[in-house]
Design a binder for this molecule. Structure first.
Ligand code: PLP
Length: 353
């Protein structure tokens, strides 16, 4: 079975041997306050920062999911309200989670295919943080770096938090252009689910320390304190940290991965545009995700393609939310091989007019 599901997605084939290596190394029962753990945590974060081009003065934390990061941001970095700019299901879910914690939070939905014009956006003073989904996994759209730059320029006092769950480790994101970034590892990192990475700018750290919210096991101020010693507030997923460390060692620096992913994306869009009965869901090429290709067509046709793919041993990403029936999604994540892409293209040529 080949998986093009955009999360949980195909893992790096080497993960199986890394898991055996972890068992042999005794890492699976390591104490999370031990020197051994501290060493692993420090090595992993250092390598992650190097490989993903994360500014040296930014901090990295381990959390258990992107969903947890949504809550941490609402709990520990928001006192009154957050402002949510989104065009799909994940951005909307983030807003809904934040709203339950900070009920004055505001949503700013926009259409997936429209370019977001920052000049049109008005954010009340009481909104302290802008929340935006860089790569909207549900419909295959993306926010460009220009938009982050424009948001920074127009709203210099507000923190900017970016959900990059399906793009971090896939494309070269300019981390310095926002204060908070997060992603879980079951997408572009090519790892099994169960962990997420949270990245904070010095400004975000300062804000968390000033707010000093300490009601939760995952209050950011407590996480910062523990991370001073490369530790976590609770017993973390040590196996996942170990697997992250091992895969980071065998994967290229992000600039190189970015080049491959963008070339593959361009070819995917070209390929999908070559059929009469299907087209890329996002028409505007700037707004097209480079890591999740969303394909739309007639409902019955899409249904048939999905079913035949399954029979052929290929898992396509189902459509998501309101796009469940008229789309399928193709993950364009780094762990997917050229050979697998060729197999899928061959299959699609045979089954689509
Ligand atoms: C998958 C995904 C999430 C949810 O990730 P979890 O690890 O399940 O919490 C959030 N945001 C985006 C953009 C995603 O693609």
């Amino acid at each position: 079975m080949i998986s093009f599901y955009p999360g949980p997605s195909k893992i790096y084939p080497e993960v199986a041997s890394f898991m055996q290596k972890a068992a042999k190394a005794g890492i699976l029962s390591v104490n999370h306050r031990s020197e051994e753990f501290v060493d692993l945590s420090k090595k992993t974060i250092t390598l992650l920062k190097k490989k993903l081009n994360i500014p040296a003065n930014y901090s990295v934390f381990f959390t258990s999911s992107a969903t947890e990061c949504w809550e941490i941001i609402a709990q520990s970095l928001t006192q009154e309200s957050s402002f949510h700019i989104f065009n799909g299901a994940f951005g909307q879910k983030w807003f809904e989670y934040a709203y339950k914690i900070r009920y004055k939070s505001i949503d700013y939905p926009f259409l997936p295919d429209s370019t977001l014009d920052v000049e049109d956006i008005f954010i009340p003073l009481a909104c302290e943080i802008i929340c935006i989904t860089q790569n909207e996994t549900s419909n295959g759209s993306q926010i460009t770096d220009d938009i982050l730059v424009a948001l920074n320029k127009k709203f210099p006092e507000k923190l900017i938090a970016v959900d990059a769950t399906s793009s971090l480790a896939g494309i070269d994101l300019n981390i310095a252009h926002a204060d908070i970034w997060f992603a879980s590892v079951q997408k572009c990192f090519g790892l099994p689910a169960g962990m997420s990475i949270l990245i904070c700018s010095p400004r975000a750290i300062k804000r968390a320390e000033a707010i000093h919210e300490n009601l939760h096991y995952n209050s950011l101020s407590a996480m910062i304190e523990r991370m001073n010693d490369w530790q976590t507030t609770y017993t973390p997923n040590v196996l996942s940290i170990y697997l992250l460390y091992q895969t980071l060692q065998i994967t290229p620096v992000i600039k190189q991965t970015d080049k491959i992913i963008k070339q593959r994306a361009e070819k995917w869009y070209e390929f999908v545009s070559g059929f009469k009965s299907i087209q890329p869901m996002i028409v505007n090429s700037e707004s097209r995700s480079r890591t999740v290709i969303c394909v739309t067509g007639d409902q019955a046709h899409i249904k048939k393609i999905k079913a035949s793919a399954k029979k052929a041993g290929i898992t396509l990403g189902n459509g998501y939310g309101k796009w469940a029936k008229n789309t399928f999604r193709i993950a364009n994540f780094p762990a997917i091989s050229e050979k697998e892409i060729t197999t899928l293209k061959k299959f699609l040529k045979q089954h689509i007019k």
